[in-house]
Design a protein around this ligand. Structure first.
Ligand SMILES: Cc1ncc(COP(=O)(O)O)c(C=O)c1O
Length: 332
């Protein structure tokens, strides 16, 4: 609690987030099961902090929360706002997964589907309306500040000796920036000796960070059609910060192809780990670096599993099949 001094202990809005299991998958490979958070994604770490810090003043102002999201953050903020007794209006892309859409509605949010790019969704969410308080999770610093807890938990679960490498999927950068912030805090406090090598994993379609880090030109696709449907930030507003922070901790980035994501997704599921394809991107990135020799099975590694597979599989299974049929994506 003392790490979040702007939160009043009595005001905390919790659904029991955090302390997700750490599972040893093989000799040196661990999975951090953040898809097991209350709303099925790591976003709950940010939502609890954001809503806990703001709900009292929002209520006093008779306001409601406006948030834009590709799906998981909107569902998460809707849940925590519901717990706090606050209204929410969640703006989402038109092609949001059916599960995430339904989940957000069940929490009682008003959900507004917006046509166009992810940035267009943000723009509409920010339009002033009576009583609206825009607290978009990408731009609001308290949301990503909540992600610091992931670093503290990992350190404690590894008995203060973190593994050499951490792989995670990256889109808008809140997970990456929050994790780095927590790890740097631990290092500056002499609790850990070094910050592990952080590897930001991105899809070919949505890889602005990878391209910038490798000094390559990135051209965003007109439409994002990747199976990793939570990773859609082709032009993330925090890109400069992401690049700077990743460089400061000597991190790396890897880009994966659609077939590699699907292989990784299948391989995880066949071992009992049902996660969103967007989470499988991190496992795909790890496997790719194993193949290229950038890492080895001897390196102690943790992969952050970020989103619950049930959100993606049910209705969108058909959608994914249609969308990717030409590449034979889901034929078994
Ligand atoms: C399941 C999942 N994994 C990873 C990410 C990437 O997180 P960020 O946008 O903070 O980079 C998201 C973001 O929506 C997500 O929903």
């Amino acid at each position: 609690m003392s790490f979040f001094p702007y939160m009043e202990p009595r005001e905390i809005i919790s659904l029991g987030e955090g302390w997700t299991p750490l599972v040893k998958f093989s000799d040196n490979l661990y999975f951090k099961m953040d898809h097991l958070n209350p709303t099925g994604s790591f976003k709950d770490r940010g939502s609890t902090v954001l809503v806990s810090a703001l709900h009292k003043s929002l209520k006093k102002a008779k306001g409601y929360i406006s948030e834009d999201s590709s799906g998981n953050a909107g569902a998460s903020i809707a849940a925590y706002a519901a717990r706090a007794g606050l209204k929410t209006k969640i703006y989402v892309p038109k092609f949001i997964s059916g599960q995430k859409f339904n989940q957000t509605l069940f929490y009682g949010a008003e959900v507004v589907k917006v046509s166009g790019s992810r940035n267009k969704v943000t723009e509409v969410a920010q339009r002033p309306e009576n009583g609206k308080f825009y607290v978009g999770h990408v731009l609001h610093p308290l949301f990503r500040d909540g992600i610091r807890t992931l670093a503290y938990e990992l350190a404690e679960q590894f008995n203060w000796k973190l593994p050499e490498r951490i792989y995670l999927p990256v889109s808008a950068g809140t997970l990456l920036l929050g994790l780095i912030s927590g790890l740097v805090h631990l290092k500056d406090s002499d609790i850990i000796e070094t910050v592990p090598k952080i590897i930001a994993c991105q899809t070919r379609q949505v890889s602005p960070l990878y391209h910038r880090l490798k000094r390559l030109k990135y051209t965003a696709p007109e439409n994002v059609t990747s199976v990793a449907d939570a990773l859609v930030s082709v032009n993330p507003p925090l890109l400069d910060l992401m690049v700077r922070k990743l460089k400061e901790v000597d991190g790396d980035a890897v880009m994966v192809e659609e077939n590699e994501i699907i292989d990784a997704f299948r391989s995880l599921a066949k071992n009992g780990f049902l996660v969103e394809p967007s989470s499988a991107v991190a496992y795909a990135g790890y496997k790719k670096q194993l193949q290229s020799g950038k890492t080895s099975v001897d390196a102690r590694t943790v992969i952050v599993l970020t989103g619950m597979g049930l959100k993606t599989l049910l209705e969108p299974y058909a959608k994914v099949q249609n969308r990717k049929e030409e590449k034979g994506a889901f034929s078994s």
